[in-house]
Design a protein around this ligand. Structure first.
Ligand SMILES: Cc1cc2nc3c(=O)[nH]c(=O)nc-3n(C[C@H](O)[C@H](O)[C@H](O)COP(=O)(O)OP(=O)(O)OC[C@H]3O[C@@H](n4cnc5c(N)ncnc54)[C@H](O)[C@@H]3O)c2cc1C
Ligand code: HEM
Ligand code: HEM
Ligand code: FES
Length: 525
């Protein structure tokens, strides 16, 4: 059985998804979660059927247009696919109302031209006619508000936000993709306590989520913290205070970080510092984090330290268009030694036993093992031991790569990161570490989520400069040799691909994705 894509045919291996087949074959596809959540891998069927479950979670209009998610597709017959026609991914939204909520935040309410099912807190990708696309989170509840509403913070010099705030007029229409994302209220959580942290227009999704929870009869406590640098970034204060008066379970705290004279009812301080100042125990809580990425990742770290389960954290960092510059040196320098944890690990032997069981499991885990196909288990254990022993004991003898560079080429989703951490925690519990020590260990890993999670490969960063990804070079074999992927012999005069950064030479069949554990893929152009 084969998948045809952009002029090539790819044989589908036993148990493989269409996405795995295409990646293994070196096709230029986009993807992130590999699990049917992010929708970034979406393709369109030209001929054949992608199989059951391949369109799970897609809007019905997209399913009708032939879209499917290759990461969830296991076809039973030949399938021809193509990149989706962008026109089919977007719906039109007409601007119905526009109102400034503060000097820097504008509320835009849209009427969708086709039926759109959203949940407050999800986001849409808005696209201007020249192709500029940016994400905006939804503040409104379809059942109550009718319009799809977003709060846009006007950023001086920002391409999209200034255009939306200053130029888009009532009656104008704009293309939108979505709704996307899992940052929303689930009525199954109605008895849990909610902690919601946001900065600036990060209030947009959380305003929707808080109102949605109240509307659906939430019985747990709800703690909403909103911070801004200056007073003009705080908005909807009267509405939120009124809501808190009406609902005893809702607490609302507004804080400012860079303003000396505080308006009445507003406190001083960063949102994370305010929310965690009383050292809450968050076991069993739901945590929502939206707004500037620094706050979102710091909030995640604190929430894990306070005992929140990773699966109960919903976060949308408002990432900007430019790539993240890792900050792992500073983070590593700030981690204080943990003598109690180090003692519980018998000053080393316990850590070694934990890592041995963890990597024994990771090396046969279907989702983790593929990352390790060119690393020995011994090396993985030793490097990880040296890294963690340094942090916990306070000695400084680790000279391996820092987290960003160690994982520079790995595409690791938030969900996969959580999966790895859950596996790690299971090993720590089996070892008998106490819950507070497990939380502290997990919080150290959590600090590096932003260095490790990404949806496409990055170059290593050396002396602050990201090394450009040189595409594999086609070369002619000059001496008989063996392919670094499948170990097949290569003869003089054959063409091969040379990966300069790793110094590896691959035969044409390996298409640049080396694997010692699998037979070479068969590709016929
Ligand atoms: C999932 C998601 C949801 C989002 N939801 C919202 C939302 O509900 N409301 C909202 O207003 N925005 C939201 N954003 C951010 C939004 O998508 C844009 O990044 C933002 O509006 C800036 O776009 P721009 O074209 O105006 O700026 P650009 O032209 O892309 O950037 C111009 C300059 O401004 C800087 N910059 C960008 N963003 C910020 C910022 N927030 N603070 C300070 N400097 C900045 C950039 O580094 C750059 O130098 C969200 C982002 C994501 C990823
Ligand atoms: C899903 C999550 C993760 C995956 C799939 C993953 C995978 C890997 C792999 C394959 C390597 C070997 C790289 C090589 O030697 O070439 C590695 C190394 C390493 N990882 Fe991870 N990792 C994950 C999460 C983490 C986390 C959370 C931490 C801790 C913060 C971490 C710390 C390290 C360190 C310190 C190394 C050694 C770097 C070196 O080789 O010098 N990893 N990881
Ligand atoms: C000076 C910069 C770089 C160094 C020192 C470096 C080093 C390495 C090392 C040691 C490995 C592991 C290979 C193995 O285990 O045999 C690796 C793997 C990889 N690197 Fe880099 N790298 C660099 C730049 C890049 C860049 C810029 C990219 C592209 C974004 C890249 C993409 C990859 C990929 C895709 C892999 C996995 C391939 C495989 O499994 O062998 N590298 N790199
Ligand atoms: S939905 Fe397929 S990669 Fe995320």
């Amino acid at each position: 059985m084969r998948v045809f894509f952009e002029g090539s045919a790819y044989s589908v291996g036993e148990g493989e998804s269409v996405l795995e087949t295409l990646i293994r074959g070196g096709a230029n596809v986009t993807f992130s979660c590999r699990k049917g959540t992010c929708q970034s891998c979406m393709l369109e069927t030209v001929r054949g059927e992608p199989g059951e479950g391949a369109a799970k979670g897609l809007r019905s209009a997209l399913v009708d247009a032939g879209m499917f998610l290759p990461c969830c597709a296991h076809p039973t017959r030949d399938l021809e696919v193509r990149r989706p026609d962008p026109a089919k991914l977007f719906t039109r939204l007409q601007l119905a109302e526009k109102e400034w909520l503060s000097p820097s935040v504008c509320r835009l309410s849209f009427e969708p031209e086709t039926n759109l099912d959203w949940k407050a807190g999800q986001f849409v990708n808005l696209r201007r006619s020249d192709g500029v696309v940016r994400s905006y989170s939804i503040a409104s509840i379809p059942e109550e508000d009718y319009f799809l509403t977003v709060h846009v913070k006007r950023i001086e010099g920002g391409v999209m936000s200034t255009w939306l705030c200053d130029e888009l007029e009532v009656g104008d229409a704009i293309d939108a993709q979505g709704p996307i994302g899992s940052c929303y209220y689930d009525p199954a959580d109605s008895a849990k306590n909610l902690l919601l942290l946001c900065t600036g227009s990060g209030l947009s999704p959380l305003y929707g989520i808080v109102r949605d929870a109240l509307r659906q009869g939430h019985t747990g406590e709800i703690h909403l913290f909103h911070a801004s640098k200056t007073a003009d970034g705080l908005y909807l204060r009267d509405e939120l205070r009124a809501l808190a008066r009406e609902h005893a379970q809702l607490r609302y705290t507004a804080s400012l970080t860079q303003q000396a004279d505080l308006p009445e009812g507003v406190v001083e301080g960063r949102v994370v510092a305010r929310a965690f100042e009383r050292g809450p125990d968050l076991a069993g809580w739901m945590v929502y984090l939206c707004g500037i990425p620094e706050m979102v990742y710091e909030g995640r770290h604190q929430a894990v330290l306070a005992g929140a389960a990773r699966a109960d954290i919903r976060a949308d960092p408002f990432e900007y268009a430019h790539p993240y510059q890792p900050d792992d040196s500073r983070k590593l320098a700030q981690i204080a030694p943990d003598p109690e944890l180090w003692e519980a690990l018998e000053r080393g032997p316990g850590l070694m036993r934990i890592l041995t069981s963890f990597y024994d499991a990771a090396f046969v885990d279907p989702r983790l093992a593929p990352f390790f196909h060119r690393v020995t288990k011994q090396r993985a254990i030793e490097q990880q031991y040296a890294f963690l022993a340094d942090l916990f004991s306070g000695r400084r003898a680790y000279f391996g790569l820092r987290p960003f560079n160690a994982h520079h080429w790995m595409i690791i989703s938030d969900e996969l990161f959580d999966y790895r951490e859950a596996a790690m925690e299971a090993v720590l519990r089996a070892y008998g570490l106490s819950e507070p020590l497990i939380r502290r260990w997990a919080a150290v890993h959590e600090l590096f989520r932003r260095e490790i999670v990404k949806s496409s490969a990055r170059g290593m960063i050396i002396a602050g400069v990201e090394q450009a990804m040189a595409p594999p070079e086609r070369v002619v074999v000059e001496l008989p040799c063996v392919c670094d992927g499948c170990e097949a012999e290569m003869n003089v005069g054959e063409t091969a691909r040379y990966h300069a950064h790793g110094g590896q030479l691959f035969c044409e069949a390996c298409a640049g994705v080396p694997s010692r554990s699998r037979p070479p893929p068969s590709i016929s152009p």
